[in-house]
Write a protein that binds this ligand. Structure first.
Ligand code: WTA
Length: 664
């Protein structure tokens, strides 16, 4: 947290969204729900939404109890909700298994022969796996894990590309009660070993290589490098995706296909307690290393199920495509667990949107008759830049609903998405939520809630969201403030793995009695929420969440770097770009070669997604008298090339002149 986001001037909107924000303030277009869509929707009118919302907040136990009743439980819960922030417990005493609700429930019912996973590889292969087949695959792989001695509560790391086996891996862990920890395939070896060691994973699941933009990412080789520092890992199971050569370590590494060939196809699901951990997912925070957010079984199941049902208005016949990687929370909740609980056909695509041409996504939509398409604003901005000619010539008439996630969407991108992709027929759901929240928090229920370009609209059922001051007092409509949630919701993370004190401190200490999300927001006269970006040191690069501290630590780990400060600056395509300011150890001189070396170093330490876009050498960093780096100044400098704001707390004014001179 910056010391006091509100007192720092205007609400300290993180740089990436300031531009968008000015256009948001002028935005007044409203799009009423499409009547044809509304007629068939789960929620058909604003009045119906309002009534459901009222019930959900006035009688949360009744509301969520009913929602949970749509899933199958091995034993019913005794109470829906016990306690409150920071330690609420949901569906206490209930027993269930999420793999059962995602797979068995459909495979043993009417959806047995319906396609559960529809996969397209980047080179063009297609695989279709029905719910019936998925049940077999999940059970077999669950038995493979059991055979390796993985027990309920053990941690399993997963470092794979987008392929059906990745989804199967998650479901197999859930089936036996092992806690999965997926590490996004774009992270580097260091990032893997840090995460594996933090939670003491006993097995790692990976694949030989994955295809991306015409080349192969050597996932297994990266795992090998990470394993040099991971003493808790007994086995690495390797899925053969491409057949490219890999090094197999005898006694440690096993082939996926060889193991499942030996495995039995029956594996009864564990009866998990509603509050048993389901997975750990690491995300960036303001300080220190990434934190392992822990999600539990019951509340997460119900929250992802209900949001998928209502926000995507999902039904059996939908071919649903969320373009996020399963390595992020969006992939956990809305590629795997939400849509499979709803029994939909889930499309998975392995590769890049611009391979072999810029129209790959639209080809996929037409080829597989995708009806619900969920992507990130950064992707939409790329499509706009590539040009409408890549959209024209594709009919896109199977689409009925569009969604966005990950960062605020600028109204211009929203309008393009609405007109060019949705042909003014498909509602857009702009969904605001976080790794921590597990499920959508603010998002329209299409068919019921009118949309405004750039606004995530209204809270989902059961979500009591407000915009407040640091003291927790309501900010008048139209003014910016801190976004908080007042009451627990089922899918919220329960702790940070191994550090509950940090969990309480990070989310429940900023605004008394509330969950503080880390975002700024404004509410308009209609009660609509307009997200204004992070108010802390988290930055959002192409919808990927990064902590400035993580990048700084990577930089100072380089022998030639003395100090580093990293800030976000607005970027038209990525939302935010990474700007780094670096001071060197005695005896080193700034040079273009060193600059490139340091950028590459960060990519090697964390992953290419964290490579600084700009890197400037400076003799000093601007600090307050108490020694804190004045990021606000650096942000301003990185954004506008100058500093105009208040500098009275600056310790050494000389540093500014030097910074402005840009000693690059
Ligand atoms: C941002 C991704 C505006 C926000 C699901 C949040 C958004 C962070 C939106 C969480 C949206 C996500 N509008 N901002 N629709 N969705 N954000 O944990 O700053 O990777 O705090 O979860 O992304 O990122 P995370």
């Amino acid at each position: 947290m910056s010391p006091d986001p509100i007192a720092e001037g205007v609400l300290m909107v993180d740089a990436g969204t300031t531009q968008n924000f000015s256009s948001l303030l002028r935005e007044n277009r409203v799009f009423a729900p499409n009547a044809e869509f509304a007629a068939k929707a789960h929620v058909k009118s604003e009045a119906e939404y309002e009534a459901m919302y009222r019930k959900s907040v006035e009688e949360p136990e009744a509301f969520w109890g009913e929602a949970a009743g749509e899933l199958e439980w091995f034993e019913p819960w005794e109470t829906v909700l016990e306690g409150t922030f920071p330690e609420p417990k949901w569906f206490v005493g209930g027993k269930l298994n999420l793999s059962h609700n995602c797979v068995d429930r459909h495979a043993l019912g009417a959806r047995r022969d319906a396609v559960a996973l529809l996969w397209e590889g980047e080179p063009g292969e297609i695989r279709k796996i029905t719910y019936g087949e998925l049940l077999v695959e999940v059970q077999k792989f669950a038995n493979v894990l059991k055979g390796l001695g993985v027990q309920r509560g053990d941690r399993v790391a997963i470092y794979m590309g987008m392929c059906p086996e990745l989804a199967i891996a998650l479901l197999a862990c859930a089936r036996i009660g092992a806690i999965h920890s997926v590490v996004f395939g774009g992270f580097a070896a260091h990032a893997i070993s840090d995460r594996v060691n933090d939670s003491g994973c006993v097995v790692v699941l990976t694949q030989d290589t994955s295809h991306r933009r015409g080349s192969e990412i050597r996932l297994k080789a990266i795992v090998d490098e990470a394993m040099e520092k991971c003493s808790t890992v007994r086995n690495v199971v390797v899925f053969q995706r491409s057949g490219s050569p890999v090094n197999m370590v005898p006694g440690r590494d096993l082939w996926w296909h060889e193991e499942i060939a030996k495995a039995s196809a029956t594996c009864e699901p564990e009866w998990m307690d509603a509050e048993d951990p389901l997975f750990i997912l690491y995300t960036s925070g303001t300080t220190g290393k990434p934190k392992g957010l822990v999600h539990t079984t019951g509340g997460y199941s119900v929250g992802t199920y209900l949001t998928t049902k209502y926000v995507f208005d999902l039904r059996d016949e939908d071919v649903y495509w969320c373009t996020a990687d399963i390595g992020w929370i969006t992939g956990h909740s809305y590629v795997v667990y939400g849509p499979l609980q709803c029994g939909a056909t889930v499309l998975l695509y392995e590769g890049a949107p611009n391979w072999p041409e810029n129209d790959r996504f639209w080809k996929i939509v037409d080829a597989h008759k995708v009806s619900v398409f969920y992507t990130a604003p950064t992707a939409i901005r790329a499509f706009i830049k590539w040009g409408d000619q890549y959209v024209k010539g594709h009919s896109l008439d199977s689409l009925r609903l569009l969604g966005t996630v990950g960062e605020p969407i600028n109204p211009e991108a929203w309008m393009w998405f609405y007109q060019e992709i949705g042909k003014e027929r498909c509602p857009i759901v702009d969904t605001y939520w976080q790794t921590e929240t597990g499920m959508h928090m603010i998002a329209p229920v299409p068919g019921a809630v009118a949309t405004k370009p750039g606004s995530a609209t209204k809270p989902f059922f059961g979500v009591v969201a407000e915009v407040v001051t640091k003291e927790g007092e309501l900010v008048p409509l139209g003014q910016g403030g801190l976004l908080v949630v007042r009451k627990p919701w089922p899918a919220m993370a329960r702790t940070i793995y191994g550090d509950h004190a940090r969990f309480v401190e990070a989310y429940f200490s900023e605004v008394p009695g509330s969950y503080f999300a880390g975002d700024g927001a404004r509410r308009d006269e209609d009660g609509y929420f307009w997200l204004m970006g992070r108010v802390d040191d988290v930055i959002n690069v192409s919808g990927h969440r990064l902590g400035t501290m993580e990048i700084e630590s990577a930089l100072v780990a380089h022998a030639k770097v003395a100090e580093a400060a990293v800030v976000g600056r607005p970027d038209e395509m990525k939302g935010q770009a990474i700007a780094a300011f670096v001071t060197l150890e005695e005896g080193n001189e700034p040079s273009e070669a060193l600059k490139q070396e340091l950028r590459q170093w960060v990519a090697k330490e964390i992953g290419a997604l964290a490579r600084p876009d700009d890197l400037r050498f400076t003799q000093m960093l601007p600090k307050t008298r108490s020694g804190k780096i004045m990021r606000r100044l650096l942000r301003e400098l990185a954004t506008t090339g100058t500093v105009s704001g208040d500098t009275t707390t600056l310790e050494d004014f000389g540093v500014l002149a030097k910074l402005k001179d840009g000693e690059e």
